[in-house]
Structures are given as structure tokens and as C-alpha cells.
Design a protein around this ligand. Structure first.
Ligand code: ADP
Length: 514
């Protein structure tokens, strides 16, 4: 027992002794008034004071001491400890039992108070965390609005430019480029938000197939190349001659590396040098993305992979985002059984991000030539084919119809399910592009009804919806549709799929894209 604990025990049990001595002295003083009445009242007081100040152990000690003192000094003053009067013995026993019960109740009360105080502390912590989260949410909403406005502003200006009658060809091309780039930025923000929400709900799934990391790097570099060019960075890619196989999701791994490359571009001043390299270390493949940019302070490196984390000094950067990119990188890497880490010597010293993934054993590469995302629009669409576009958002329906008309399709539009059913009878479409969230009858129901009619010429039905994810895509297939595309749709990819189906060159693949 340490000295401090010993001293604390002496103090607490000292209270028992002091209060008992005090009670005895007071009782003896009061003897001329009380005589033999109420011999133990003051001892109750000593037990309760001791319990209050010293706790249960000292209170029991006070109870025992009080019993002995009462027997010795009050009931039989100046005689022995032996009590021979039965009534006195009973009175002593009752005092003892009542004292013990009082201590037990006191103990219970103290325990409850302790628990209550603990709960209060937990509640206070929770409420402070809640208000922190609330504050973070407000900050995030402000940031989100800011990040959404950033691409919206040039789109609006570009549209105003398009309204000018005297716009030249060169300017037109520039405006188109701007709109496309800013739109891609908007899509990226929305995709990141959806990805993070999927992670938080534990719904992120990855495909597991052999993937050559060299291909992943190649695609990621291509994705980041426009930004690199824009910011005059040079890129150096170091890959081995032989394939580096890992088991995983090609698209998601590309997302990891393109996020890292995009960050390297964003956080490196113009004209920087960016490197990406693969190395094999034991049973791992490591990919390093190195830049000579603004670097990251040591203390900021710890939480950098958390959602919404941004290094303050970077907020001023024109390219800063929502603080989701690295969180997504970590989540995807971990879903692949890998790890991601960061190293930087500090501000101004550049950064190095390392992704380590387990190497695949005995790989038999999958034949991935059938993947929908690699389909190209090289297939010509037979002219005169009929497409019915069903969407309650008039602008969405009309712009899509305009594009299809340009490409030689006969188009028709419906804005809700009932009208769509009528149009099916009138125009006998080859393809129906069907929004899911329609007013009244939803897209799935419309599709089920069309399939139930068992038409002589069954149209291809393609869901085009704001909702993505496996379960939604499955519902689409269950409703008898052929494909599920998530808005905003890449029209050339959609037309490539349609062309292959309509020319009969593709097997009847039912797939989901999200
Ligand atoms: P975002 O770029 O949208 O802010 P990220 O999650 O991708 O979010 O990155 C989080 C933060 O990490 C960034 O805000 C930036 O401060 C810092 N960061 C990421 N990559 C780099 C890098 N290559 N160099 C310097 N800082 C970086």
C-alpha cells in the first residue's frame, strides 16, 4: 500500500474514531438531562457523519465503535463491556441493525449519486461532441455551397457568352471546353459525396478480379493529365516491364491513384514535378505518388485521411476541395486489404503518398473485353430508330431528345408514366429511356406494365436515374429493364451500349452502371 493511500485510510477511519469520541463525550455531558433515555441517538449521528465524509468502511467502524462505547459508557457507565440487561442487549442490537441498514442505504445512495454524476459527465461530453459535429456540419455546408458555386459561376458566364449572337468559332470551342471541365468538377463533387455516404453506411462494395497496377496507373495519369497540363506540371511514371497483379476493383483503384495525382497537381505550385512509381516489396506492391509542392506540416499528417480534414494553410488554394478525396483513398485501399501513408518533411518540402496493396498469387487474368465501361461509341446506330424519353424534368428530357435527334433517331418525350404508356402504343419505340422518380407511377412500375403487355416488338428499356447503387440497379433489372444508368449520363457511352444491342452485335447483357 503506498504512503498516500495509507494516509487517506488513516484520515477516513480517523473520522470514525473522532465522531464516536465526540458523540460519547456529548452524550456524557447530556447525561444529567437525558438520564438513561435515548442512549444511542448521538451514535447514529456519528455513523451518518462518518458515512458522509469517510464512506462505507469507516461508517461500519463507527457503528462498531459506537456500539462498544454505548455499552461501556452509556448503558453501564464505568463498568465492563458486558451487558447483562436483556432490554439493553435488545436496544444495542436494534441500534446495530438500524445503523447497518442506514449504512447500506447510504451506500446505495452514494453509488447512485456516483452513477448519476458519471452519466452527467458522459452527457456533457456527448452534447459537446454533438455541438462540435453540428458546427462541423455547418462549416461543411458552407464549404459545399462554396465548392458548388465555384464551377457554377463559369457555367453561367459561359451560357451568357453563348447567348451573344456574334460569338466566334474559337470562343465557342473555348466555352464548350469550360462548361465540360466545370461540369466534370460538379460530377466529381457529387460522386465524392455519394462515395463517402456509402462508406459511412458500410455499403461500398468492390469487385475482386486480377488487376494489373500498370494499367491502373496509366488510366489514372490520363484522368489527371488535363489538370497537369493546365498547371504546367511534368509527370514521370516509373513502372516495371512485367505486370504487377493485385486482386481488386480496377475502377476504384484508378480512383485512388487519380485522387492522389489530382491532389499532387492541386497542391503543387505551377510547373511542378510529379512522379508515380510502382515497387514490389515482399508480398506487397507499393505505389508512390511524389510531388515537390507545398508539403504538409508534420502535425497535420496524422489526421489527413479523416473525412472533411483539410490542412488550414491550403484553404486559400484556388483548387481546394471538400476534404473527402483522401478519406476515399484510405477507405478503398483498406477495402483491398492495403494501407496508405503520407510523408512530408514539412511546408514547402513536397509530399509523398504511398499505397501498399497485397500482391495477387497465381493470377489468371480475366478477360475484361466485355466490360460496359470500355464500350466505345465506334458502333454506328442504325438510322430511323425510335427512342421514347420519359422524364418529369423537362429540360433533361428535351436536351437528351435534341442529342438523339442530332444523331439520327426519331424521338418522342413523355413527362409521366400514363403518357409514356400511351406513347408506347403510338410510336412503338425501339428504346425507352426511363427516369425512375416519376410523379405518380414510378419508372419501375411503368417498365413492369410495358413488359406485362408482351408487345410484339419488345423495346430496350434503360433506366436513367439519380439513384445509384447495387440494390437500386437490381430493382431496375427485376422490373424487366435492360440497363441502369446513373445521371448525369455519358451519352456517348449510352449510345454505344444501345448501338451494340440494336445491331445485335452484343450478347444480351444486363448490367448496372453506377
Ligand atoms: P481536398 O483536396 O478536397 O481538400 P483531400 O482529402 O483530398 O481533400 O485532402 C485533404 C487535405 O490534405 C487537403 O485539403 C490538403 O490540405 C492536404 N493535401 C492532400 N494532398 C496533398 C499534397 N499532395 N500536398 C500537400 N497537401 C496535400
Amino acid at each position: 500500500m503506498s504512503m498516500t493511500i495509507f494516509r487517506e485510510h488513516v484520515n477516513r477511519y480517523g473520522i470514525a474514531v473522532l465522531t464516536t469520541v465526540g458523540a460519547t463525550a456529548l452524550r456524557i455531558e447530556l447525561n444529567p438531562v437525558l438520564h438513561d433515555r435515548n442512549p444511542f441517538g448521538l451514535y447514529f449521528l456519528s455513523v451518518i457523519i462518518t458515512a458522509w465524509l469517510g464512506g462505507v468502511g469507516p461508517a461500519i467502524a463507527a457503528l462498531i465503535l459506537g456500539t462498544i462505547a454505548a455499552a461501556h459508557f452509556i448503558i453501564l457507565p464505568g463498568n465492563s463491556l458486558l451487558v447483562d440487561d436483556v432490554a439493553d442487549v435488545f436496544a444495542l442490537a436494534i441500534y446495530f441493525v438500524v445503523g447497518a441498514v442506514a449504512i447500506a442505504l447510504f451506500h446505495k445512495l452514494t453509488e447512485e449519486r456516483r452513477r448519476f454524476e458519471q452519466q452527467l459527465k458522459i452527457n456533457e461530453e456527448l452534447s459537446s461532441r454533438l455541438s462540435d459535429a453540428d458546427k462541423k456540419k455547418d462549416e461543411f455546408m458552407a464549404l459545399l455551397a462554396h465548392e458548388l458555386r465555384n464551377p457554377l459561376a463559369p457555367i453561367r458566364t459561359s451560357l451568357e457568352l453563348l447567348d451573344r449572337a456574334d460569338i466566334g468559332q474559337e470562343q465557342l470551342a473555348q466555352v464548350r471546353k469550360t462548361i465540360r471541365r466545370q461540369l466534370n468538377q460538379l460530377i466529381r463533387i457529387v460522386d465524392d459525396l455519394l462515395d463517402v455516404s456509402r462508406f459511412l453506411r458500410g455499403q461500398m462494395r468492390i469487385v475482386k478480379e486480377p488487376v494489373d497496377l500498370r494499367t491502373v496507373i496509366e488510366t489514372a495519369v490520363e484522368t489527371a493529365r488535363p489538370l497537369m497540363r493546365e498547371r504546367d506540371h511534368s509527370i514521370h511514371v516509373w513502372v516495371p516491364r512485367e505486370a504487377v497483379w493485385v486482386i481488386g476493383d480496377n475502377l476504384r483503384l484508378t480512383q485512388v491513384l487519380s485522387n492522389l495525382l489530382t491532389n499532387a497537381c492541386k497542391y503543387t505550385p505551377r510547373g511542378g514535378r510529379i512522379q508515380i512509381a510502382i515497387e514490389q516489396q515482399g508480398c506487397n506492391a507499393t505505389v508512390e505518388v511524389i510531388d515537390d509542392g507545398i508539403g504538409i506540416p508534420k502535425e497535420a499528417q496524422v489526421g489527413i485521411f479523416e473525412t472533411f480534414t483539410q490542412v488550414n494553410t491550403c484553404r486559400a488554394q484556388e483548387q481546394a476541395g471538400l476534404g473527402l478525396g483522401l478519406a476515399i483513398v484510405r477507405q478503398i485501399t483498406e477495402l483491398h486489404g492495403g494501407q496508405v501513408s503520407v510523408f512530408s518533411d514539412g511546408p514547402g518540402c513536397g509530399s509523398r503518398f504511398t499505397v501498399a496493396l497485397p500482391l495477387a498469387e497465381n493470377v489468371v487474368p480475366a478477360d475484361d473485353c466485355d466490360r460496359l465501361n470500355e464500350e466505345s461509341a465506334s458502333e454506328a446506330i442504325p438510322s430511323g430508330k425510335r427512342v421514347l424519353i420519359v422524364d418529369d424534368n423537362m429540360d433533361a428530357a428535351e436536351t437528351l431528345a435534341a442529342l438523339f435527334t442530332f444523331d439520327g433517331w426519331c424521338t418522342s418525350i413523355a413527362h409521366e408514366g400514363g403518357a409514356a404508356m400511351e406513347q408506347v402504343d403510338v410510336m412503338e419505340p425501339d428504346v425507352i429511356l426511363l427516369d425512375i422518380g416519376l410523379p405518380g407511377m414510378d419508372g419501375w412500375e411503368v417498365a413492369r406494365k410495358i413488359r406485362a403487355r408482351k408487345l410484339a416488338k419488345e423495346p430496350l428499356i434503360v433506366a436513367i436515374s439519380g439513384w445509384g447503387g447495387e440494390s437500386v440497379a437490381q430493382q431496375t433489372l427485376d422490373a424487366g429493364m435492360d440497363y441502369h444508368f446513373v445521371k448525369p449520363v455519358d451519352v456517348s457511352q449510352l449510345q454505344a451500349v444501345l448501338a451494340r444491342r440494336l445491331t445485335g452485335k452484343a450478347a444480351a447483357v444486363s448490367g448496372a452502371l453506377d
